[in-house]
Design a protein around this ligand. Structure first.
Ligand code: NAG
Ligand code: NAG
Length: 476
């Protein structure tokens, strides 16, 4: 039992080895027979009037790079070409049932099918992979290729764009009456595609075009594979869009910044510079074409907005610092801005939002008392014409106020003169104070106007920035 098993196994191995040797021998014989008087230079057809059909199939393995700036798509493809060679046939029975052999492809005639829209300068020759030769003359040639094809990139909707890249294959020298090409499938094969980080593939339909050029009557067939790509935009959203949106929301806040801080304009300019950096980054990856990408438009619009806001800030600053020399606030502005707009925009008096309202009222009261002269003093010097009566009164006053006793008229006169000078001085001080206060009030009024206008623009610009952000996000 054991012995017979072993013997059987041994016998089988010996037989298999012999058969392999036989196959090798037959393959050698076949190869010699086939290529005895074969030329790979000529189109292998029995009748030169007959067309040779080549079937083309493209498998997209990987997108290596999409260079938007130079408009070049680099792809890794497997190109399969199938045709019948009329001189490479054999009878299987004569060669021990050998039905196919694999031989280097440069031994046989190959169709000169090339990528028409190739974009690299080096003349990449087809790789000398093996071909599979079947007993009836069918040759299958699989060759990997890294192709660089030109591709018209339309970046109008960057980073939410779709691209279509054509890969056109055709015979370089043979016309359609000599070598005709066909699609193996309706589209490129995507089953072995390695996921790309930047692009989603939405199909690769293939179309056969036959072009007849003006000079000649021969048709020139080609097969165009259209690679439909959609950009995965999350990278650009995170790196280019969201930072820009966030920064642009800072711009209207320059209106909210108190004028006294002196930072209003520098905030606007800083934001503008930040936007410029982002814009340069986008401009670097985009082709310098007429079509401004969507994100570029967004940057330009935002920058225009920020420029406008900075310019307006400067103007409002001027209003804010309308000091004592300025004209008073015009009546219409007082009504429109101070009365209505300030209420709508919830603008409070200067400083009121920062301090306790009670406290500020008290302070105002104190300020009113401050520098107020007794009525008597104010009235006093004006009715100098009353002469004696007034003098008497002053005397009386002096007696009371300064505590001077005595009825010496000379002394009293002396006092009276000094008193009048004093009163005049006090009157002058009071007048200055009053002027100052009214000027101050004017300044405060202008400041409030500036504040209301600031607040108004802040909301306007907030709404505009918000609307623009929504608009660009809606395109996503
Ligand atoms: C090539 O294809 C055409 C169209 O399908 C067909 O008519 C012709 O017979 C084919 N030629 C050969 C040699 O197979
Ligand atoms: C790509 O090929 C298709 C089909 O031949 C054609 O309609 C389209 O215009 C081509 N696109 C470009 C950009 O050449």
């Amino acid at each position: 039992m054991y012995w017979s098993h072993s013997c059987f196994a041994l016998c089988w191995i010996v037989w298999a080895a012999l058969r392999l040797r036989a196959e090798g021998k037959y393959a050698q014989k076949l190869f010699n027979d086939l290529f005895e008087d074969y030329s790979n230079a000529l189109r292998p057809v029995e009748d030169t009037d007959k067309v040779l059909n080549v079937t083309l199939q493209i498998t997209l393995s990987q997108i290596k790079d999409m260079d938007e700036r130079n408009q070049i798509l680099t792809a890794y493809l497997w190109i399969r070409q199938i045709w019948y060679d009329a001189y490479l046939k054999w009878d299987r029975d004569q060669y021990d049932g050998l039905d196919s052999i694999r031989i280097p492809s440069d031994l046989v005639w190959r169709p000169d099918i090339v990528l028409y829209n190739k974009a690299d300068d080096e003349s990449s020759e087809p790789v000398n992979t093996n071909v599979v030769l079947r007993y009836d003359g069918l040759i299958t040639w699989d060759a990997p290729a890294i192709t660089k094809s030109s591709c018209v990139v339309d970046v109008s909707y960057f980073p939410f764009d779709d691209q279509q890249c054509n890969l056109t294959f055709g015979s370089w020298t043979y016309n359609g009456n000599q070598v005709d090409i066909f699609n193996a499938l309706d589209s490129g094969d995507l089953s072995d595609f390695i996921e790309d980080v930047e692009w989603e593939i939405h199909g690769m339909p293939a179309v056969k075009n036959v072009i007849t050029y003006g000079c000649c009557s021969e048709p020139y067939p080609d097969i165009t594979f259209t690679l439909i790509l959609k950009r995965k935009s999350s990278f650009y959203i995170v790196n280019l869009l969201i930072p820009c949106v966030l920064i642009s929301f800072l711009a209207p806040l320059s209106f909210y910044l108190p004028a006294a801080s002196g930072e209003k304009v520098s905030l606007g300019v800083t934001v503008l510079l930040a936007m410029t950096v982002f814009q340069l980054m986008v401009a670097e990856i985009m082709p310098p074409s007429e079509n401004v990408p969507l994100i570029g438009k967004y940057y330009i619009a935002t920058m225009a907005l920020i420029t406008a806001s900075t310019a307006l800030t400067i103007m409002v600053m001027n209003i804010h610092f309308c000091g004592a020399e300025a004209k008073p606030v015009p009546q219409w502005a007082r009504i429109v801005i101070l009365k209505y707009m300030s209420k709508i925009l919830l603008v409070y008096d200067v400083g009121e939002s920062c301090t306790n309202p009670c406290h500020s009222k008290e302070r105002g009261h104190q300020r009113k008392d401050y520098g107020k002269l007794p009525e008597l003093y104010q009235k006093g010097p004006r009715n100098r014409n009353n002469g004696i009566a007034q003098k008497k009164e002053t005397n009386k006053l002096l007696n009371n106020d300064l505590g001077i006793q005595g009825e010496n008229p000379k002394e009293a006169d002396n006092y009276c003169a000094r008193y009048t000078a004093l009163t005049r001085n006090i009157e002058y001080i009071a007048k200055c104070l009053k002027d100052h206060r009214s000027n101050n009030a004017k300044g405060i009024e202008w400041k409030k106007v500036a504040k209301v206008i600031d607040r108004f623009f802040m909301w306007i610009f907030f709404i505009m920035v918000f609307a623009m952000s929504i608009l660009i996000m809606a395109k996503a």
